[in-house]
Design a protein around this ligand. Structure first.
Ligand SMILES: Cc1cc2nc3c(=O)[nH]c(=O)nc-3n(C[C@H](O)[C@H](O)[C@H](O)COP(=O)(O)O)c2cc1C
Length: 170
């Protein structure tokens, strides 16, 4: 797919088909995610791939009852590995770069999913402690259900470019 088609076709999807994602497709997805840039090329994030239904349901509860999450066959949880970035970059690596690395990787996942005929939603509203209890002890940045779309939402509006862009200073 052309890059701009991927960009324009990506929409948050909150209804998923129950169809499984085949292993080859998941491998391609993971490969694309791992090509994301990261501070010092350290890739200071960890990715938890959740398939087990009871774990998916637990993640939906941890995400304040956003039930659509467990209807996807796979849920990815992107976590910041603060210690990894801290070793090279100290406090800035710990609190910022590890979060940015995880964020960029998750963005790649959203775009890669479209290229592979899949869909996602970025879920940021969750109880952090609850998510840690489910996937392990790192800072969760994003929960991302992924699967085949079962809805076709309209594009959502964006702020005008001129309101966002500031020339030379704010
Ligand atoms: C940081 C962040 C947190 C978000 N949290 C949630 C969430 O908890 N639940 C949800 O349904 N969507 C969530 N979204 C998805 C946004 O609502 C969605 O991206 C936005 O409305 C634009 O729609 P689009 O993705 O279809 O372009 C989140 C997106 C981002 C980037």
């Amino acid at each position: 797919m052309e890059f701009l088609d991927v960009i324009h076709k990506r929409h948050s999807i909150r209804q998923f088909d129950s169809k499984e994602i085949d292993v080859k497709k998941l491998e391609s997805l993971l490969q694309i995610i791992s090509s994301a840039p990261s501070a010092g090329d350290l890739q200071s994030y960890e990715l938890v791939l959740v398939k087990d239904q009871s774990h998916r349901e637990a993640l939906a509860h941890a995400a304040l009852g956003q039930e659509f999450i467990h209807t996807a066959p796979v849920v990815l949880v992107f976590c910041a590995n603060a210690d990894r970035a801290k070793q090279k970059y100290g406090h800035r690596g710990e609190i910022l770069y590890s979060v940015q690395d995880a964020t960029i990787a998750a963005t790649y996942a959203q775009l890669a999913a479209v290229e592979l005929g899949l869909a996602t939603t970025w879920v940021g509203a969750f109880d952090e402690e609850y998510v840690r209890d489910i996937v392990g002890e790192l800072k969760p940045i994003c929960i991302m259900p992924i699967g085949y779309p079962a809805e076709k939402p309209e594009p959502t509006p964006r702020r005008p470019i001129k309101d966002i862009t500031h020339y030379e200073h704010l």
